[in-house]
Design a protein around this ligand. Structure first.
Ligand code: SAM
Length: 312
């Protein structure tokens, strides 16, 4: 396998999830199977259902998981469809569910996938094989919509100016390459400074999140996943930016029965109920050594919860 994706917080995930020992383990973001292989090796009583939107990731994971092929079932679906997938497979209630959000190194390091501002490629950014590409989005979305995406999903302070520059550029010629988008961003933000993040980082993050509806998918996944867990079953989620982490944090809190409504609301509208017990009140972060060895782990935050016996 030429591309290596180093699984982030692997030992901590194994410790949390392999403890469940028996039953079905769902890896909702299988990627290249790094976490899954470690869990299959550590817990011989677990069978894996591995989901990924990306068919190429599943092909590579299948090779890697060959030693455990009799305990593995791989499905090319979004984790937002998890309840349907479990029903279709007659899989009952899982003992453990993992979601390691975002992109894999396979995706980020393949110029043909269009995720990276560091190498020129088609402006695609889709994790799956269908749907609207990044080029469709930047060439067709209204200028206000582009500004909202850059502001909300990229926390880009110059969102308005970049959205305007994209709209001006596409009136002359559509943007089709990652290099086109980088050029537009640099025309607004300048070349950036050594030691700082690349000026196009936030724009690329924002467009990627929008193209893949990443936050919407996460919101549709979390509560049904917690609901479907077997009593005592565990859910672990690794997020890589504050927008994702906020959704995970608030959802787990709410599913522990804590109301997350604004304090001035007279009645609870957040749907707080007791489904889980949080295993992490503060997120688990990578050690200094892990961050040094794998720079992509720097922003990782792991949160986990356990299904309570009689949660409703
Ligand atoms: C960070 S990687 C996972 C890496 C994996 N844990 C490993 O150790 O190899 C994230 C993976 O999740 C997939 N993914 C992202 N959003 C998804 C979704 N909504 N449904 C299914 N897979 C998704 C991506 O295609 C990518 O392969």
């Amino acid at each position: 396998m030429s591309t290596i994706h180093v699984p982030v917080l692997r030992d901590q995930v194994v410790e949390l999830l392999a403890a469940t020992r028996e039953g079905v383990f769902v890896d909702a973001t299988l990627g290249l199977g790094g976490h899954a292989s470690a869990i299959l090796a550590a817990a011989p009583g677990l069978r894996l259902i591995g989901l990924d939107r990306d068919p190429r990731a599943l092909e590579l994971a299948r090779e890697r998981l060959a030693p455990w092929s009799d305990r593995v079932c791989l499905v090319n679906r979004s984790f937002a469809d998890l309840p349907d997938v479990l029903d279709e497979l007659g899989a009952g209630r899982p003992a453990a569910i993992l979601a390691d959000l975002g992109c894999s190194s396979l995706q980020l390091d393949s110029p043909g996938r269009g995720f990276s501002f560091l190498s020129d490629g088609p402006l695609d950014m889709r994790m799956g094989a269908s749907g609207r590409t990044a080029a469709d989005l930047v060439n067709e979305a209204g200028e206000d919509e582009l500004m909202r995406i850059l502001w909300e999903y990229g926390e880009e302070r110059r969102a308005r100016a970049i959205a305007r520059a994209i709209a001006e550029r596409r009136r002359r010629r559509p943007l089709t390459r990652t290099g086109d988008l980088v050029e537009v961003v640099l025309s607004v933000l300048g070349p950036g400074r050594r030691g700082r993040i690349h000026p196009a980082t936030r724009t690329f993050q924002a467009i990627r999140i929008a193209v893949n509806d990443e936050l919407g998918q996460l919101e549709r996944f979390l509560e049904p996943a917690a609901e479907r867990l077997a009593p005592g079953g565990r859910l672990a989620v690794i997020s890589f930016h504050s927008l994702e982490d906020r959704i995970v944090k608030h959802t787990l809190r709410r599913l522990e029965g804590q109301c997350t409504c604004p304090p001035d609301l007279p009645v609870c509208r957040c749907g707080a109920r007791t489904l889980v017990r949080r295993l992490t009140t503060k997120p688990i972060r990578p050690s200094e050594a892990e961050m040094r060895a794998n720079s992509r782990s720097r922003s990782a935050r792991l949160r986990a919860a356990e299904r309570v016996e009689d949660g409703t």
